[in-house]
Design a protein. Structure first.
Length: 120
């Protein structure tokens, strides 16, 4: 049985400048899953760097308010929203609220460093 507690997971600064905690990764652990799962946080007024993944990604917003940008589209998002991000789409999210924007990131197939690139 694998159980992880978010507040006990190590925090890192992701390539896109979000504050990330990797929760599940079949590439780092012996898990029979194809996807990876991470807990992300963006501070008020901050925006993640534009980037693209070779994999599809889903954000599930837990807390806060944001603006989601996927290619040429923009939409407001808030707690309870689920966002599908197609593979190879340029994406970023901006925190437009007064508190941290907190969301889960599900990447399928699992996130690998070589599958992510920053976009200028």
């Amino acid at each position: 049985m694998i159980i992880k507690t978010v507040h006990k997971c190590k925090e890192i600064i992701a390539k896109d400048n979000s504050i990330l905690k990797e929760l599940l990764s079949p590439l780092k652990e012996q898990l029979a899953i194809r996807y990876s799962l991470a807990h992300a946080r963006v501070k008020p007024g901050e925006t993640t760097l534009p980037h693209r993944l070779k994999s599809s990604e889903v954000y599930y917003i837990l807390k806060g308010e944001g603006e989601m940008y996927i290619d040429d589209e923009k939409s407001k998002v808030s707690a309870g929203d689920v966002i599908y991000i197609p593979p190879n789409s340029v994406q970023r999210i901006k925190n437009i609220g007064p508190n941290d924007l907190i969301f889960l990131c599900i990447v399928d197939p699992a996130w690998r460093p070589e599958d992510e690139e920053l976009v200028e």
